[in-house]
Design a protein. Structure first.
Lengths: 159, 419
């Protein structure tokens, strides 16, 4: 992904913080998976495997289970809520989802996940600028208050 | 969030455990959406009745076990089975039992067994300006755009919660100020004959979904007599490739008598759409090349009576090649009307199989040997590669019939060029 020579990984606690707004409050930490393309969970997410399967999406084939998924929002069918819920039930949901906008489809999957199975999938919204900062994140941690810290691999441009 | 007395009573369980759970979910959803209060809706369309997973079944059976009963007229989406005929489609019994449990849970809650993803073409069609809570992306966009009813993009779970409580968060497309157009698509230089072809609408819808992103599009240049089924296919395509829940078509849809009215004072970017863009979108819908053809699937969303009659007109006197399976998905209201009009035998004799109550995207009913499918639906073309792991050729209704009869893909490209 990055051009150039690997220099260092900045640790989470050295990095600037982003204040997000927690839609579903909770703590999570995981590898970052970033996309700027909205995703339909129905037809786009395999709840049994925890992978993205939408053949039109840039992350098709990538595993999202256990990752902190950074996504502008959901798209397409409203059945997406139930697919996210099934992924939560099976333990194959992302560890958390960071969004650019309020999202009823994903919000609902997470609300019912807590209601039915007592499992918490934190959902946080961030501003447009903060969303772009997360593009380079390799690892992300979220706390109850919606504070996001992230780790970033630093590369030096090859001359 | 500000809650009224009845909301409080619902939340405190004074009206029973099921409405209490429903209200708790709706209030949390309201918080997620940033709503300040709740509001009434008058009608609900539920799509959570589909057996998509164990989680869906857990939720439905939990509510039913709590004694839930709807307090609003509530229609049900296409379910996961042709409920009367599933054995004929080779669906396995274990899966069918789960799907039937799912259907039974929603029937026990007092929903009406419409079993269709096109409720707007049944007696459940809403009225202009009516506040409703609808699920199923194609139904949502149709209700908002073509009828002018008002719904947000409800989905699994909220639909039934709204039906049990009569309440939803007051936000989004329920409010006039959020329904104004934000982006203008102007059709330029499209051959007039193309507007008369069924294939134009899904292709344009597919384009619109990709390019609209999260805005409300306004279309300029559709003929004033654009057929309802065209708007249906357009919306279904746009709600699959994008998240379009409302579009305006100037001179066609009820909230867009003029461009000015559709925009309501919004300054909007203008994008020109020519035949070249449409041809790109059309190519994007086909995931298979070549002549091989195993099946034709029509009716995503459910074919209307008009669409079935049109198919009968085109296919009458011909016979589908034995190597090709020809399936039309629709609801029982339409199939009964076809029987009453004596049209069903025309379709059956031509080799068309009607599939009721369900959707071929939802039900494991295609034979494994079927690899390449042809359709005139952008929604079906969009979802089939990922949901069914089959490839699709997109074509018009005429293309689909001609191909099914000859047994190989035949496409009339002439309609997509300027003469």
């Amino acid at each position: 992904m990055a051009n150039g020579e690997f220099i260092e990984t900045r640790r989470l606690d050295e990095m600037p913080r982003i204040q997000g707004e927690p839609l579903i409050a909770g703590c999570a930490e995981g590898e970052a998976l970033f996309t700027n393309e909205p995703l339909s969970f129905w037809g786009g997410y395999n709840a049994r495997k925890g992978t993205i399967i939408d053949t039109h999406h840039e992350l098709c084939g990538r595993r999202a289970a256990g990752h902190v998924l950074v996504l502008p929002g959901a798209r397409g069918s409203s059945t997406g809520s139930g697919i996210l819920l099934e992924a939560i039930r099976l333990g194959n949901a992302p560890a958390a989802i960071i969004l650019k906008r309020r999202d009823a489809i994903l919000g609902l999957g997470a609300i019912v996940g807590r209601e039915l199975y007592g499992k918490i999938l934190p959902l946080v919204i961030v501003s447009e600028q903060d969303f772009d900062l997360l593009r380079k994140a390799s690892r992300i941690r979220i706390d109850e208050a919606g504070v996001i810290v992230y780790e970033q691999e630093i590369f030096q441009e090859r001359s | 969030m500000k809650l009224n007395k009845r909301d409080q009573q619902l939340l405190e369980g004074e009206m029973g455990a099921a409405p209490q759970m429903a209200m708790r979910i709706l209030v949390q959803l309201g918080e997620v959406l940033g709503a300040n209060e709740m509001m009434d809706v008058e009608q609900v369309h539920v799509d959570g009745c589909i057996y998509e997973s164990e989680a869906h079944l857990d939720f439905a059976e939990k509510l039913a076990a709590l004694g839930a009963h709807v307090i609003l007229p509530t229609s049900l989406n296409a379910t996961s089975l042709d409920l009367h005929n599933w054995q004929a489609w080779g669906v396995n019994t274990r899966w069918a039992t789960k799907a039937q449990r799912m259907a039974n849970a929603y029937l026990a809650m007092g929903c009406t067994p419409t079993w269709t993803c096109a409720p707007y073409q049944t007696a459940f069609a809403p009225r202009f300006g009516q506040q409703i809570a609808w699920a199923e992306s194609n139904a949502i966009v149709f209700a908002n755009s073509v009828v002018g009813a008002r719904t947000n993009r409800y989905g699994d779970f909220t639909d039934i919660c709204a039906a049990l409580t009569g309440r939803v968060p007051k936000t989004g497309l329920h409010l006039s100020e959020n329904r104004r157009g934000e982006l203008v698509f102007e059709l330029v230089g499209i051959p007039p004959e193309l507007f008369e072809n069924d294939a134009f609408y899904p292709v344009f819808g597919h384009y619109l979904g990709i390019h609209t992103r999260d805005k409300i599009p306004v279309i300029v240049g559709l003929p004033p007599d654009t057929p309802q089924d065209g708007l249906k296919a357009l919306g279904a395509g746009a709600a699959s490739s994008g998240s379009v829940a409302l579009f305006h078509a100037v001179g066609v849809t009820p909230e867009a008598p003029t461009l000015k009215a559709a925009l309501g004072g919004n300054a909007a970017e203008r994008i020109q759409v020519t035949l070249a863009e449409l041809n790109d979108a059309r190519a994007d819908l086909s995931s298979a090349q070549g002549a091989q053809l195993d099946a034709v699937v029509l009716g995503s969303p459910h074919f209307s009576l008009q669409e079935c009659l049109r198919l009968a007109q085109v296919i009458e006197g011909q016979r589908v090649n034995p190597a090709v399976e020809f399936i039309v998905t629709t609801n029982r209201m339409v199939s009964e009307a076809l029987k009453a009009r004596g049209v069903l035998p025309v379709l059956v004799q031509a080799g068309v199989r009607l599939c009721e109550d369900t959707c071929i995207l939802l039900s494991p009913m295609l034979r494994p040997a079927i690899r390449i499918i042809m359709t005139n639906s952008a929604k079906y073309a969009y979802y089939t590669p990922s949901l069914l792991e089959r490839r699709v050729v997109f074509g018009s209704l005429r293309d689909c019939v001609a191909s099914a009869v000859t047994g190989r893909v035949v496409l009339d490209e002439s309609i997509w060029t300027t003469s």
